[in-house]
Design a protein around this ligand. Structure first.
Ligand SMILES: [Zn+2]
Length: 134
């Protein structure tokens, strides 16, 4: 796993292996009708996203880390710029966490997939070769 590949795959909602197929059906996590609609496997290179039962429980740890990072950003911003009252700070954090959670839900699953699936620039060439052999 390389960080630029991880970021590209996460931000563009693309398969960690081929960077072409979609992980979630819709790119926009705020399209709430489709927020949980995830492809079973990559529509382009056929890499399976559901590698074993309960595979995405691990994405909770990624989500936890993302939220912890979000909190750190809030506290640093408050210390250096906002200087809010405790209640206003708590409300700002709570409301913003609700607002970012759809994006973090998508990102945490794609980041979790990236831990186990490496980018393979020849993924599509290999797939085409397999098809031509049969
Ligand atoms: Zn793929």
């Amino acid at each position: 796993m390389k960080v630029p590949e991880l970021i590209y795959s996460t931000v563009t909602n693309t398969c960690p292996r081929c960077h072409k197929g979609k992980v979630f059906e819709k790119n926009n996590p705020y399209n709430l009708k489709y927020i949980f609609k995830m492809n079973q496997s990559c529509p382009v290179c056929k890499e399976s996203y559901f590698r074993e039962p309960g595979f995405f429980f691990g994405a909770m740890y990624v989500s936890y880390a993302l939220m912890a990072g979000w909190l750190i950003i809030w506290f640093l911003a408050d210390i250096f710029w906002f200087r809010l009252e405790a209640f206003a700070l708590a409300m700002g954090i709570t409301i913003s966490m609700v607002l970012v959670s759809p994006a973090f839900y998508h990102w945490s699953r794609i980041i979790w997939l990236n831990f186990f699936i490496r980018y393979d620039r020849n993924a599509l060439a290999g797939h085409a070769r397999e098809n031509s052999n049969s």
